[in-house]
Design a protein around this ligand. Structure first.
Ligand code: NAI
Ligand code: 15L
Length: 266
């Protein structure tokens, strides 16, 4: 069991759920976000912090032996916005980790780091990155920072290329990318439990029949996802037509992010 787990981005979609499901992983959970977080629950500490605030992030990480780093821009945006939260924010986090207790980190990367691979390809941890957006580029950067801090300073990070972690798939692409909250919690448990983590790339998806991703490289984690998006297929088929075969959402793993233009400053 961890002594103190820091969850950044705890006011976000994933953070709101995971905040309440990880009580068994650590004695104390320190929840943080730039946005308001509400009152501290049992075993919680609440620290409002902008990841762009270097001194603030140093204090935030101090005393934590585990970090679940969810905070940041979670979709495409202008470069200024993506850079502040996902580039400067990640550097601040790893510098704080280096200067304090070198906590084990889970970095919420994204399928948009590999989004321009076609849906006909089966990827593994060695597949090359093909980001589909500034957002995807920022996730590749985060993976690179994690790798450098592991090789230089021994800070261990699980880089999870999360597919689509929502209550259920909301389109046909997500039949391949969906990860249930329960499978994510099981993965987090394993990451903080294994004696040696290293700095692996993990595809964050449930045991979907329609998967594009091979996690054999991280079999040593002992994580076996249990849910399968197939249980939602009939419901999706009834709700909407599948996309045309030449539509980006049916061609690229990153879906519509691949067809999006650059978000310019206004
Ligand atoms: P979200 O957008 O709901 O939550 C992100 C949180 O980060 C927000 O509460 C926001 O206030 C906070 N944040 C943004 N900028 C910040 C800053 N400068 N300082 C401190 N906090 C800041 O996103 P969601 O869906 O909860 O995702 C969490 C993480 O997982 C993100 O890093 C996202 O990129 C990643 N991810 C999520 C996927 C999903 O299916 N939900 C898929 C792939 C990756
Ligand atoms: C992501 O990286 C986003 O954070 C999430 O909101 C979804 O868009 C997800 O990818 C996806 O590709 O479904």
């Amino acid at each position: 069991m961890l002594n103190r787990l820091l969850i950044t981005g705890a006011a976000g979609g994933l953070g709101k759920v995971l905040r309440h499901q990880l009580g068994h992983v650590a004695e104390t959970i320190r929840v943080s976000d730039i946005a308001a977080l509400g009152d501290a629950g049992r075993n919680e500490e609440v620290v409002q912090c902008d990841l762009g605030d270097k001194a603030g992030v140093l204090d935030l990480v101090d005393g934590c032996d585990g970090v679940l780093h969810l905070g940041g821009k979670s979709i495409e945006g202008t470069w200024d916005v993506v850079r502040a939260a996902n580039i400067d924010g990640v550097v601040n986090l790893y510098e704080a980790a280096r200067k304090t207790g070198k906590p084990r980190i889970i970095y919420a990367s994204s399928n948009h780091a590999i989004g321009f691979h076609q849906q006909t390809e089966l990827l593994d941890a060695n597949s090359r990155t093909r980001p589909d957006s500034y957002y995807g580029v920022s996730k590749v950067f985060g993976e690179a920072i994690a790798s450098m801090y592991y090789d230089k300073f021994g800070i261990e990070t699980a880089c999870i290329r999360i597919g689509s972690c929502f209550p259920e798939p909301i389109n046909h692409r997500m039949l391949s990318t969906w990860m249930s909250y329960d499978d994510f919690v099981r993965l987090i448990e394993r990451i903080f439990m294994v004696p040696r983590l290293g700095c692996p790339i993990i595809y964050g998806a449930s045991a979907n029949a329609a998967s594009w991703w091979d996690n054999r490289e991280v079999a040593y984690l002992g994580w076996t996802p249990e849910d399968n998006s197939e249980v939602f297929r009939a419901k999706l088929d009834a709700a909407m037509d599948p996309p045309r075969a030449d539509h980006p959402t049916a061609v690229f793993q990153g879906g519509t992010f691949c067809a999006d233009g650059i978000h310019e400053e206004s």
